[in-house]
Design a protein around this ligand. Structure first.
Ligand SMILES: Nc1ncnc2c1ncn2[C@@H]1O[C@H](COP(=O)(O)OP(=O)(O)OP(=O)(O)O)[C@@H](O)[C@H]1O
Ligand SMILES: [Mg+2]
Length: 403
């Protein structure tokens, strides 16, 4: 006898949810695990209950069904979304399928329609899911290629933007396609660190977010002389308010398609958009030899654990590591309980570089800071190579196991 199919019902209309629940109660293979009244609730409940199927209404207050479908498809690869819509919503339906829905049902539908659709989608996805799961199991301990790299610190002013921009330059110098996304949405200065004149920013981009694909998003990027592409932060702080985590998730997903590396610069607060760092392959956690910085970063590591983000993705950096502050390098290791990944020294040309908008790696390529930064670039590329070869070996093993 096969397992029960776990279903989550999402509809803002309570009567509709009740009707669907009633219909499904007559099918012995189906178990309704919950009901949600809007997209946000749906995302939370999908993460919590990990249903096999989500029945998703499209038009709902708060977060609509399309955005919720997109997020659930991304976060819960074992869950299939079936979209429920009324006649005449063809355009929406198309977008829902693009967002990752597996099937759709037009209202009104009969009990046979809904039961059969759920059973079909479940069976269709079972085989694929088993395969994905087998990969996951084999990939435990797998070194993820550092494609999306978020530079973060629990405290401001530690050198995040300096590191993010120069890392981008270093990777671009090695002919990697690099985009840097400024998620310091209120006070971002990536554009200024490259001395760029910006007309369009992430604020303009999100106005068109529903329509964007991996090609059209490129028109919002500005390229620097070092061939780094920049998605700038809004020009005015109040414009940051409308940018949500759902937007940022989509932006990063699209940019990944056309770049080798997506570097994300952040503010020191864990805002909703910044929480998409769950999507990062690497989190470069920037420290200085300062007790408050270490305290905040230790808290941040705890938060990551509570979000189930593996700490293996975190790489510890100490910036201004040559300053005499009373805190020693080994204290950082002890305080954070992690190995150190890179030490960048105090550097007297940093301010000149920031004020002129010329990245230090270009302005003073021979400085000690630039040399250490180049080592960081090499380390990241080496991790990429290692991840590729490990993934190849594991795929090979999986193939042999199946054969
Ligand atoms: N290695 C360094 N040597 C000397 N000064 C440095 C170094 N790194 C950073 N600074 C100083 O720290 C300042 C802040 O750097 P940066 O803007 O990169 O930090 P941030 O973490 O992005 O700050 P915010 O939280 O405000 O975004 C720089 O303007 C510079 O004066
Ligand atoms: Mg900054």
């Amino acid at each position: 006898m096969s397992d029960l199919i776990r279903v989550l019902i999402v509809d803002d209309n309570e009567d509709m949810r009740g009707n669907i629940r009633k219909i499904l109660s007559f099918e012995s293979r189906i178990d309704v695990v919950g009901e949600a009244a809007d997209g946000y609730q749906a995302i939370d409940m999908a993460a919590k209950y990990k249903p096999d199927i989500v029945l998703m209404d499209i038009n709902m207050p708060g977060l609509d069904g399309i955005s919720a479908t997109e997020r659930i498809s991304l976060k819960c690869p074992y869950t299939s979304v079936i979209v429920i819509s009324v006649q005449g919503e063809n355009e929406y339906l198309k977008r829902a399928m693009l967002a990752g829905a597996k099937e759709y049902l037009i209202k009104p539908f009969s009990p046979e329609d809904i039961n059969q659709t759920i059973l079909n989608v479940y069976e269709r996805n079972k085989e694929r899911t088993t395969e994905v799961y087998a990969h996951k199991v084999l990939e435990q301990g797998y070194v993820q290629a550092p494609k999306v790299i978020t530079v973060f610190s629990g405290k401001g002013g530690v050198g995040k933007s300096l590191i993010a921009t120069n890392l981008a330059v270093g990777l671009a110098k090695l002919h990697k396609k690099v985009v840097i996304v400024d998620l310091d949405l209120m006070f971002g200065d990536v554009a200024s660190l490259f001395n760029l004149k910006i007309k369009e920013t992430i604020y303009h981009l999100v106005q068109e977010i529903e329509r964007l694909d991996s090609e059209s998003i490129l028109s919002y990027l500005v390229e620097t002389s070092s061939k780094v592409r920049v998605l700038a932060a809004p020009i005015r702080p109040e414009q940051s308010e409308m940018i949500t985590g759902v937007h940022v998730e989509k932006i990063i997903r699209l940019l990944k398609e056309t770049h080798d590396y997506v570097i994300v610069d952040t503010p020191s607060q864990l805002t909703d958009p910044v929480l998409t760092l769950e999507q990062s392959d690497f989190i470069l956690l920037v420290n200085t030899l300062s007790v408050p910085v270490l305290r905040h970063n230790k808290n941040f590591l705890e938060i990551l654990k509570s979000l189930s983000v593996p700490t293996e993705r975190v790489r510890i950096i100490i910036n201004r590591a040559t300053l005499d502050t009373g805190v020693k390098i080994k204290d950082v290791k002890t305080a954070l309980g992690m190995e150190l990944y890179c030490l960048l020294p105090e550097e007297r040309f940093v301010d000149l570089s920031i004020n002129t908008g010329e990245p230090l790696l270009e302005m003073k390529a021979s400085s000690r800071w630039s040399k250490e930064m180049n080592k960081l670039v090499q380390q990241i590329i080496a991790e990429d190579e290692r991840a590729k070869s490990e993934s190849w070996i594991k795929r090979f093993r999986l193939g042999r196991k199946r054969a």
